[in-house]
Design a protein around this ligand. Structure first.
Ligand code: AMP
Length: 765
């Protein structure tokens, strides 16, 4: 078949013998076991017009594993015969590659590298699962080997002697590259340069690329039909990178290559500063909220979008916001674009983009780590538009993850959902979080229509964008403040710990990667000092002089509120910072919060929802930007209360914070109202949960929303108030008498508690 093809071309033009033969190419695959190297070769060789030889060290010795020199010899022989070769080994470091690149086979050969830089987890899971692997790297041992190899990986560079390097970060990249090599006829060449690289060196390498020949692409080819940048996003239209000598499969080649060009160009032009390339910029893509199905007026909505973007854009540091819509004719996009321009909003930080929000990277080359969903109040898939598209694209994983966070959403609110790594949106598009937002509804055909009440509608739409952008800020903050992210579950591979950049959730800016946690202290349960085991000092029962303060303890530590914390008061902080060391104590581990049983429960059921953010010792440190975190803590607390109610529907729960906590690290108490516990021993214990010293979570959230901070009055005196029943308010002389009263008191809870969601109780059937 290859011969026929050559002959045909020879008939067509009269070029010299040398050129007619075309140049063989040596493609050095670079990738961990399980990254798909052999499959790549098989797929290309299965339908290529070019003669290929696959050199695999696992089989080079008559079907058995051999040596590198054997591979080199076989490669040289194949190239000499005019065959192109795949070097199917891991080739993860420069040294491994260099002998092949320098290989002298007496023929003119271009060396290419195809880097299969797929998520480590994927490679590991593929290696573990496979059977009958040529090199017998499969099953349990595979994980450790892959892990070890990846730690030493060194990405190839053009200056190693490569003419062309292609980086594939996901299945779509791999597909495009397979297509490009499959379509490479004997006389075709692929252009030189470096494509799809993520690290900052890309710009230097792109510099080389720009000197190379560029051929104008036909306008119909390569530009993805439904995904085009709309305004400030850099265009990649100027050139197509393929140099075609042969006559076959031009359009296929052009199509595949144009995507590469687009990505490469975007990397170069889209950089916001010298060190950060586009892929490393955390980006929130969001649809216009409420303007489609909920029929909110476009003109008014665009004013609100621009107003809110303007308010938040400067808080984003290196991150950016992108308003997305499906069609070029989108009215809301053009209104917003014009208004944003008028207000001089930095177009690097905010721009509009035409494309499908579920395919921004694969179709549009725009990497968005976070996408917003215009959700329905039940947070369920279905309906139409963005909600249906996102739930469909993300698969069941999103539904499950959403349920873990919340069951419903009020208009004006948002909920941040970390996307599990098995979601296709995560693996294909690099989306790490979905933020569900519910806007106001003006459509009488849909539930809860506001009947054209634009006063209310505007205020809800403003709240919706505030919640959305605050949620995004909280993701940014948790990324920069949390200790190195270790996967949302505690089932960690050592790789996760060592190289968080392999996880799309951790595609942080360079500076994030540099962040080192400096604990300043190592907490130990010292026998000498009264430790957290001793509940008289570890919680509210500590004498007021030591309450949250240190008395003569040398290991004093300061938190952000410059309050000094004794070593015994650091237990929760240490759990929050090092959950991996506390697996057995934790009921749930999420990106932003942990859930655990209170070690000294003051009621039958007493849980703590612990914030993982560094720098939040207590309520006093909480500000507007933590609103989303507080809402997450509340939602998680509520979920656990509901779970416990399922087991015992007679229980009643209250969720709240202590005004002046005894333990460092923001934590929400989820406590059943029976107060039936031996750990509840004194007045302070009782009053800390039954006076204004206990701040209901719902109230705190409202305060943060309205005033940007919680009211922290000095309520210490509350702890020494007389003992009163929390239901009938009767007074009791001491704890035993109070306890015996509350065990029988059936009075309804006071109105103030029954209203506004202060109590969580089972619905009467
Ligand atoms: P606060 O007074 O709001 O700081 O509440 C601190 C809570 O943490 C108290 O209810 C203690 O019983 C609880 N506590 C103290 N040490 C631990 C620990 N190591 N693990 C879990 N809960 C703890």
């Amino acid at each position: 078949m290859a011969v026929d093809h050559n002959k045909k071309d020879m008939d067509i033009d009269n070029k010299g013998e040398e050129e007619q033969k075309g140049k063989p190419v040596m493609v050095i695959l670079v990738g961990a076991p399980g990254s798909g190297k052999s499959t790549f070769c098989e797929r290309v060789m299965g339908s290529s017009l070019r003669p290929w030889t696959r050199i695999c060290q696992d089989t080079i010795n008559n079907g058995k594993a051999g040596t590198k020199p054997q591979c080199l010899k076989r490669a040289a022989a194949a190239l000499k015969e005019g065959k192109s070769v795949f070097i199917d080994r891991c080739n993860l470091d420069k040294e491994q590659r260099s002998d092949f690149v320098k290989l002298d086979c007496g023929a003119q050969v271009d060396a290419h590298a195809v880097v299969l830089d797929l998520p480590a987890k994927l490679c590991i899971s593929r290696s573990i699962k496979r059977t009958g692997h040529e090199g017998n790297l499969q099953g349990g041992k595979a994980a450790a080997v892959v892990n070890r190899m990846l730690q030493k990986k060194e990405m190839p560079k053009l200056n190693e002697g490569f003419a062309r390097i292609v980086f594939c970060h996901n299945e779509n990249d791999v597909e495009a590259t397979i297509t490009a090599y499959t379509a490479l006829g004997p006389l075709d060449t692929l252009s030189n340069g470096c494509f799809g690289q993520k690290n900052p060196d890309a710009k230097i390498q792109l510099g080389i690329m720009k000197f190379l020949k560029k051929v104008e692409a036909p306008s119909s080819v390569g530009s993805s039909s439904d995904s085009v940048q709309d305004s400030a996003y850099p265009q990649a239209s100027d050139a197509n990178n393929i140099c075609c000598k042969g006559t076959t499969k031009d359009s296929l080649l052009l199509g595949a290559a144009s995507k590469e060009v687009k990505e490469s160009e975007n990397l170069a032009k889209g950089s916001v500063d010298a060190d950060v390339s586009v892929d490393e910029i955390t980006t929130l893509a969001f649809p216009s909220i409420s303007t489609a199905d909920f029929q909110f007026n476009n003109e008014t909505a665009s004013d609100i979008i621009v107003e809110k973007v303007e308010e938040f854009v400067n808080k984003l540091e290196n991150a950016r916001l992108v308003l997305v819509d499906l069609s070029h004719g989108s009215k809301i996009l053009s209104l917003v674009r014009t208004k944003a321009e008028k207000r001089n909003i930095d177009s690097k930080k905010f721009f509009t983009f035409v494309g499908n929000i579920t395919q921004l990277y694969s179709q549009g080359g725009l990497r968005c780590n976070v996408i917003a969903n215009a959700a329905n109040w039940r947070l369920k898939p279905g309906g139409g538009g963005v909600n249906a598209a996102i739930f469909t694209a993300a698969g069941l994983a999103l539904e499950t993850a959403t349920k873990e966070r919340a069951n419903s959403l009020l208009p004006g609110h948002a909920v941040v959902v970390p996307l599990p790594s098995d979601s296709p949106l995560y693996t294909r598009e690099g989306v790490s979080h979905v933020i569900h937002v519910l806007g106001p509804n003006m459509n009488p055909q849909r539930p809860n229509s506001l009947n054209n009440d634009y006063n209310k509608g505007c205020s809800i739409l403003r709240e919706a964008y505030t919640s959305l952008f605050t949620g995004f800020l909280s993701i940014l903050r948790s990324r920069s403040k949390l200790p190195r992210r270790i996967s949302e579950k505690l089932a960690l591979t050592p790789l996760d710990l060592k190289d968080p950049s392999l996880d799309p959730r951790n595609h942080l800016t360079n500076s994030d990667q540099k962040i080192k946690r400096d604990d300043g202290c190592v907490y130990e349960r010292s026998k000498k000092c009264k430790g957290a085991n001793d509940e008289t000092v570890a919680d509210i029962s500590a004498p007021s002089s030591t309450y949250g303060k240190v008395t003569g303890d040398k290991s004093k530590l300061e938190g952000p509120t410059s309050k000094t914390w004794g070593s015994w008061a650091q237990a929760l902080y240490h759990i929050a910072m090092h959950p991996e060391k506390h697996k057995d104590e934790l009921l749930e581990v999420l990106d932003d919060v942990l859930v655990l049983n209170d070690l000294y429960p003051k009621a039958c059921k007493h849980l703590l929802v612990l914030a993982r953010h560094e720098g939040l010792d207590g309520l006093a440190d909480v500000h507007q930007e933590h609103l989303q975190l507080l809402m997450t803590m509340h939602a998680v607390g509520l979920k656990w209360a509901e779970k416990l109610l399922h087991e015992d529907s007679s229980m009643v729960f209250r969720l709240g914070y202590h005004l002046a906590p005894s333990m460092r690290q923001l934590h929400l108490h989820v406590i059943s109202q029976d107060f039936n516990s031996n750990h509840l021993k004194n007045k302070k214990h009782w009053n800390s949960f039954n006076t204004a010293f206990f701040r209901d979570s719902v109230d705190v959230i409202e305060e943060i929303k309205n005033h940007g901070k919680a009211t922290i009055k000095d309520e210490d005196f509350q702890l020494s108030m007389e003992l009163r029943c929390h239901r009938c308010r009767s007074a009791h002389p001491n704890i035993p008498r109070l306890k015996s009263h509350i065990s029988i008191c059936q009075a309804p809870f006071p109105h103030a508690l029954l209203e506004n969601g202060h109590l969580v109780l089972a619905l009467k059937t």
